[in-house]
Design a protein. Structure first.
Length: 119
């Protein structure tokens, strides 16, 4: 097990500060209340229940005390990311305003001709 691993486990205990999760490899870790989901959690007991199967990500691992810090929020945030939107312009070409500047005299001439024709 290392930091960043995504593991499955079962919630074995819930306290006001977080939930204890027994991972499939037998290790027990803590999901702090701030790492359960994005946003404010008013009552942890409404969000989680004992025996609930969860997927967690390892945030920190203390090799000496064998304590594991886990997160469910990081996995939720991964799912909520917006896909990259397609741009109408090509950001590989660094043209800036040059195409507009090149066309400006023609547009001005066309506009003046339209105004003269209206008189």
């Amino acid at each position: 097990m290392k930091i960043g691993d995504k593991l499955k486990g079962t919630i074995t205990g819930i306290k006001p500060y977080g939930a204890f999760v027994q991972l499939d490899n037998g290790t027990i870790g803590l999901v702090h209340i701030s790492e359960i989901k994005p946003g404010f959690i008013d009552n942890i007991f409404k969000s989680l229940s004992i025996g609930q199967e969860v997927t967690v990500q390892v945030l920190d691992l203390d090799e000496f005390t064998q304590k594991v810090s886990l997160s469910m929020r990081t996995l939720e945030e991964e799912r909520q990311q917006m896909p990259r939107r397609h741009r109408f312009s090509n950001n590989r070409h660094c043209t800036g305003f040059k195409p507009l500047n090149d066309q400006m005299p023609q547009w001005i001439a066309e506009s003046l001709q339209v105004l003269k024709n209206q008189d």
